[in-house]
Write a protein that binds this ligand. Sequence first.
Ligand code: GAL
Length: 352
Amino acid sequence: MITQSVFGSMPDGTAVEQFCLTNNNGVSVEILNLGGIIRRWLIPNDKKQDIDIVLGFDSVADYLIDDSYLGALVGRYANRIDRGKFTLDGIDFRTDTNQNDNCLHGGSQGFNNKIWQSSILSNDVNPAILLQLQSPDGDQGFPGKIWCKVIYTLTEQNRLKIEYFASCDQTTIYNPTNHSYFNLSGHNDGPASSHSIQVLASHFTPTDERAIPTGEIKEVDNSPFDLRPLTPIKQVLGAEHQQLKFANGLDHNFCLDAYQPDSKLASYAAKMVSENKNLVLKVYTNMPGLQIFTANHFDNKTGKNDACYQAHQGVCFETQLYPDSPNHSNFPSATLRPNQEFYGLTEYEVLF
Ligand code: GAL
C-alpha cells in the first residue's frame, strides 16, 4: 500500500511529495520526491513500538541546508572526482568542485537537491514508486544530457529494492547511489558503533589525506579493513591505522568480491547487526564497490523529532563504482555511452 502526502515546499513554492510504502509485515518506508530521500524506515517490534532505522530531518529547509546527504539519491557521480577533472575520449572536462577542491556527490547542485518527477507504479503487494530526472548537457560540468530513472520497491521479503536506470545522448560518466545512514537501534539511539559489520571484500581502495584514491587496490589481509568476519564497528574505529586517521573513522570504498561485470543480479555484499542482535540489515548489489561511511563528522546535528546526531550515529552502505574511477584506468569504468543503458540494483533487507 502507498499513501501520498505533501511533506513541505521548496523555496520557489513547489510541493515536496512524500510516499509512504507499507508491506503486509508492517514495514514502512517514506520517500520524498526531493532527492529521492528515504526519510523514515519503520520496523515493527514486539514492544509494539516501531523502530525508525534511518537518520533524517523534519523539514525541507533542513535537507536543503545540510551537506550530509541524509537518505538521498546521489548523482551524477557519487563520491569524489579529484579536483573535478577527468578526460573522456580525449576531451578534458571540469565539474563543479564543492569539497576541498574536489567534486563530491555530483557537485553543489547534485541530484539530491532536485525535485524528481514521481509516480506510483504499484499500489498493491510489493508497492513501488518511479522517480525520474533529466539532467541537461553541462549540468555541474558533466557532459551530455542524461535521463535517469529510479524505482523503489518494498517487497514482502522486507527488502527495499532500488533500481537505477539511465541513458544519455553523449558519452558521459554515471555513478549513482543512495546515501541512507542506518542505525538499527533507532535513529535517535546514540552511536551505531555498538553494531557489528561484515563486508565481503578482500580488497579496498586506500586514499590520500584528501580522501582521493591513490589508485592502489589493496588487500585487506592483516588490517582493520578485513571485515570479512563479522566485526564490532568499535573495534575498527579504535584501530591504529593511517587510513582511519585520514578519515577520522571509516570512509572507504571496499571492492566487493561478488562483483561480476554486466550482471543484473544483486549479490550479497555486507551486513550490519545491532548490539542486541534483534535487527540485521543485509545489503545486496550488482555494483563493484561499497563505500562504508560512519558519519565521522557529525557533531550535535539536530535530526527528526529533535534527535541529536553525534559522530558515528549512523552507517552508510553506499553501493557504487569506485571513487574517482574516471581517473584510474584500473578501476571498473563509469563511462556511459549513448548506445548503452545503465542498470544498477541494490537491495537493503531488514531481518527482524
Ligand atoms: C560520504 C563521503 C564522506 C562525506 C559524506 C557526506 O559518502 O564518503 O566523506 O563527504 O559522504 O557528508
